[in-house]
Ligand binder design. Structure first.
Ligand code: CAA
Length: 265
């Protein structure tokens, strides 16, 4: 992996741990962080040794405290639109990464931080995590996907409550409304994220990647079209070595050994 100035990337047993590293600014997303995240996700997607990604923030206080307010303060109309599009494109890259991406939310996930966590597949929060979309308090709206992903994840009513009031909610409330999937003690956060990742990596990476695509695309479709897409994805699984191995292992009453190869030899 390349060297980045605002990201730390470590690899452990097929898992890349990406840490956003601007702790003095509570890991706020300036243009450099966005550009580096974009480049890093290109590299991670192309790197066959990486099977899954964990995304977290540096320090004990914040995952990401939002887009960088200092950078946004003097923007004009055109610059504001371009900045939103930049963030949106990076987060789409995270969402569409063919590998599972787990957010390990270690503190404040506000504004662009909440939006980044929502672009990940699964959110695991420390008990100290806090989520919110405080943008209307700054005279703007969420611009890195927040108005769209929050409503899709937790429903329009709760999304409007959070966005209109700029209320910040704790980890337990985030769990209750379905914004996060698990809450752990702060010291166990990375281990919990690794444990989930490890369970995923025992399965067929081909099937997991196709399931991600089916879920992500399907939720944007009406049910008949989504069913057709699922059937197409289901059929595609039968091109893989993993389907053959998974079913053969079941019949032979042994554990499967998946190659992750898409096309049967
Ligand atoms: N942008 C730039 N700098 C930020 C920042 C942000 N989003 N959040 C925190 N910082 C900086 C602070 O300016 C401060 O820097 P200095 O030490 O140089 O003064 C440092 O990080 C520490 O922050 P605080 O002193 O404010 O720490 P605190 O413990 O008193 O408060 C906090 C923590 C409640 C998270 C507070 O920092 C805060 O409210 N941050 C802003 C949160 C926010 O509004 N996020 C949304 C941004 S808009 C957005 O994201 C738009 C979008 O959708 C694209």
């Amino acid at each position: 992996m390349s060297d980045y100035t605002t990201l730390l990337i470590a690899e452990e047993a097929g898992v890349a741990i990406v840490t956003i590293n601007r702790p003095k600014a509570l890991n706020a997303l300036n243009s450099t962080v966005l550009d580096e995240l974009s480049a890093a996700f290109d590299e991670l997607a192309a790197n066959d040794a990486v099977k899954a990604v964990i995304l977290t923030g540096s320090g004990e206080k914040a995952f990401v405290a939002g887009a960088d307010i200092t950078e946004m303060k003097e923007m004009n109309v055109v610059e504001g639109k371009l900045f939103a599009e930049k963030g949106q494109n990076v987060f789409l890259k995270v969402e569409q990464c063919p590998k599972p991406v787990i957010a390990a939310v270690n503190g404040f996930a506000l504004g662009g931080g909440c939006e980044l966590a929502m672009a990940c597949d699964i959110r695991i929060a420390s008990e100290t995590a806090k989520f919110g979309q405080p943008e209307v308090g700054l005279g703007i709206v969420p611009g890195f996907g927040g108005t769209q992903r929050l409503a899709r994840l937790i429903g329009r009513g709760m999304a409007k409550l959070l966005i209109y009031t700029a209320d910040i909610i704790d980890a337990q409330e985030s769990l209750r409304v379905g914004l996060v999937q698990k809450v752990t003690a702060p010291e166990g956060l990375l281990d919990e994220a690794k444990s989930v990742t490890k369970r995923i990596l025992k399965k067929s990476s081909v099937a997991v990647s196709l399931a991600k695509d089916a879920i992500n695309r399907g939720v944007e479709m009406d049910i008949p079209n989504a069913m057709q897409y699922e059937a197409y994805i289901f059929g595609t699984c039968f091109a893989s070595e993993d389907q053959q191995e998974g079913m053969t292992a079941f019949v032979e009453k042994r554990k499967p050994s998946f190659s992750g190869r898409f096309v049967k030899k």
